[in-house]
Design a protein around this ligand. Structure first.
Ligand code: DON
Length: 314
């Protein structure tokens, strides 16, 4: 029996998707992110579900082609880059891997443990991780990040310039965090340049289809299931998934793991990507968020599908 044999059958996947789609389509909970003006104006009724399996099949339902802001979902891929380049020990020592249990933009989390930074999936640690990517200058660093994301998506991703502009005009809090990290010796390149590159990485436009395929790379031991490109060493994958399990939904992470039992990553653009190791990734996109910044519909739909297909790891 191969790992692929454990992937749920096509009919089972499609039935779970349809049921989750129908059940939560008219849910009106949550609100678009409004601290980034662009996101506030995205159609709140958009709703798409995609399953990408490790054997390279992709199932889509609803608004799966719409390109939304990747936002914090970008953090797992930049973490993968830094880990691949620098190895585990440097990530553990220079960034830190433990959960903060605090909101994604928390300054208190930094103040409480300045010697440990935070972790790579909250804003502070994600900027530190971005600064940790090795390149001689800003342009070269962006090109490296861009080439990396291209490999995960299997296509060159657009930057939503309007989102980048909107977020750049309103990211003073993140600039403050970047400078604060520098004051503690936890920022590894120019802080404001890093904040800008981080803002740009968050402004990638991805469809639910893109993000599901990108996530399925982690389900498939670091090998992109459609292009068959081995992007990261398989040994790093469990480490990334562990950080996603403890921190992927910020201060909602504990509740998520309790209810769903799978590693995931959310973004304030409304996407959540969930990884089912050895089987698939599920990405759901729907803009309205709960107070922690996680898509309400995406959480409900993924929880439903995971239960229906019996995918909870525990
Ligand atoms: O830095 C920010 O605030 C955004 N670019 C990303 C935050 C985010 O996606 C948190 N997500 N749930």
């Amino acid at each position: 029996i191969t790992a692929m044999a454990q992937v749920p059958r096509e009919s089972e996947i499609k039935a779970a998707m349809q049921e989750a789609y129908d059940q939560f389509k008219s849910n009106t909970g949550g609100a678009n992110a409004n601290y980034i003006p662009y996101l506030d104006h995205v159609n709140k009724n958009l709703y798409g579900i995609v399953v990408a399996t490790v054997d390279g099949k992709v199932y889509e339902l609803g608004d799966t082609k719409y390109e939304f802001g990747i936002e914090s979902c970008s953090k797992i891929f930049v973490l993968a880059l830094a880990m691949q380049e620098r190895g585990l020990k440097q990530i553990e020592d220079s960034i830190g891997v433990d959960a903060t249990g605090m909101p994604f933009n928390s300054v208190i989390a930094i103040e409480l443990e300045p010697q440990r930074t935070v972790n790579p999936l909250v804003n502070a640690g994600a900027m530190a991780t971005n600064s940790f990517v090795q390149a001689p200058n800003k342009q070269a660093k962006w090109e490296k990040i861009d080439a990396w994301f291209t490999r995960f998506a299997g296509r060159k991703l657009p930057v939503i310039e309007e989102l980048y502009k909107s977020e750049s005009e309103t990211n003073q809090h993140n600039q403050g965090i970047a400078l604060l990290l520098q004051s503690y010796g936890r920022m590894y390149d120019d802080p404001l340049m890093t904040c800008d590159l981080y803002t740009r990485q968050c402004s990638y436009g991805v469809s639910a289809r893109d993000l599901a395929i990108m996530g399925a790379t982690f389900a498939n031991g670091g090998k992109q299931p459609v292009t068959k490109d081995q992007i990261i060493d398989t040994k790093y994958v469990p480490r990334i998934l562990a950080i996603m399990a403890t921190s992927g939904l910020y201060d909602g992470s504990g509740d998520w793991l309790y209810r769903v039992g799978l590693p995931a990553k959310s973004g304030v653009g409304g996407g959540i990507v969930t990884v089912v190791p050895g089987k698939m990734a599920i990405c759901v996109f729907a803009p309205p968020l709960d107070k922690a910044g996680n898509s309400v519909k995406a959480q409900l739909a993924i929880q439903h599908m995971v239960k229906k297909m019996g995918l909870n790891l525990f």
